[in-house]
Design a protein around this ligand. Sequence first.
Ligand SMILES: [Zn+2]
Length: 60
Amino acid sequence: MNIEDYQCQFCGKTAKHFVFAAFTCDDDVCIEKARLERGGPGGHLKKKAQGQPIVPLDRE
Ligand SMILES: [Zn+2]
């Protein structure tokens, strides 16, 4: 699969990534849209994206 044969699903530029089941360009905004459109990451992916530890530290 050649990603650059595809277009960003959000702005129409040449796709650079296939993330969260969507083609996106290099723009963080589009990548974030893909992430949200996917329904949002459950737990650990979201924490990872925010630079937080994956291991839940607030577990009761
Ligand atoms: Zn884009």
